[in-house]
Design a protein around this ligand. Sequence first.
Ligand code: NAD
Length: 429
Amino acid sequence: MSRKKEDTAIVESNKLTDPYASMLSRFHAAADRLGISADEREILSRPAEIHIAYLPVAMDDGHIRVFEAYRVIHSRALGPGKGGIRYAPEVNMREVMALAAWMTWKCAVVNIPYGGAKGGITCEPKKMSLGELERLTRAYTRAMSKVFGPDKDIPAPDMGTSAREMAWIVDEYSRLYEGNFIPAVVTGKPLELGGSKGRVEATGRGVTTVILQALQRIGRRPEGLTAAVQGFGNVGSITAKYLSQSGIRVVAISDKTGGYYNEGGILIHQAIQYRDSHGGVLEGFKGGERITNEQLLTLDVDILVPAALEDQITPQNAPNIKAWLIAEGANGPTTAEADPILNGKGIMVIPDILANAGGVIVSYYEWVQNRRGHYYTESEVQERADNTIKQAFDEVFTRAAAQKVSLREAAYLIAVERVVRALRMHGKY
Ligand code: NAD
């Protein structure tokens, strides 16, 4: 333990809410249990590559603003780097490093042939014009043109980005490569540019699928259960929609402007319509009484879905959480220090690297379709994705029961084991 602590000092931090420290502590716990070598531990506790660019962008007022942009490849042991691009004011290097590593474990746990990567730009997309966002995205693509590639590193949307940004990336990247149309360089594209049916809904659908699978494995029916969902973007709103379709009453939702509680159940389609016609936020929604995000996390509900940001469930609020099932729609919503508190309370936590893997699973199908030039129907995509995530859930559930560990520990054991096996196959450099 002491050697690895010293070895990884460069990437360790004492900050309680440092997402990279949270990632490392789960990784080291799995590595200890698996008995992997110090060398393998050394490789996987650091990112393989970090790319930083300062992007000068012409703003609408004629001034130039320089944006800090990252792309981190954590591992290519299982395949090309894969992971989204985040546009948000809080984006920083350690966050992107953690997100990249989580992608490595996520792809491994659901058994798709990708490594882990992530990108981010520190910016406030809601305060930028369409033209500014397009120039920023094209500048980022040019800066990362040697990093990205269908067999090297394949970005996708994350917080603050969507199919629109992916379309600009394909266009810019294809121009850089002499006009060859290269849709497989990025996933989460619009259908018109080679996107996959079912991609937009894939993450929220996957979150719901693992919740239903967990309920089935413990012999509970969804009807009559209640849920609270934090975050009402792509993941949160689609999870809320599918949960309510499955008979679960979603009594609380929230976004960065605050939360809403309705004991009888929030009408999710109304909330989505409201958000879409009010600048993408729930501010002023009348379908429930106002609550704070902090109150939402500790509501007396059966199921809690954090689907916004990292570090939301902490040692401070974990003792007050009343839900008995948590499905992590967001990446890293629980700090490592909160894990033992949740475990001690007997709360079943479906970890991020499994719960929100539906998106990357369908991204993989998108990439496969681009390369084959043959496209699946929506139901084909959904059936394949549902089966893949259910199978991954069952493997994690069975391993957790066999080794008497939490679902998170079991997911890390499976993921780290797969990546380490691939590392060994690659041989020594
Ligand atoms: P998004 O930008 O579509 O939505 C984010 C939501 O979180 C918005 O409703 C925003 O208002 C809300 N939010 C922001 N700050 C908040 C705060 N302090 N309190 C409460 N809500 C807050 O992003 P998304 O794509 O839905 O991603 C959400 C999370 O899911 C992120 O952690 C992301 O990494 C993860 N994720 C996304 C995907 C995907 O396919 N989009 C896949 C896997 C994981």
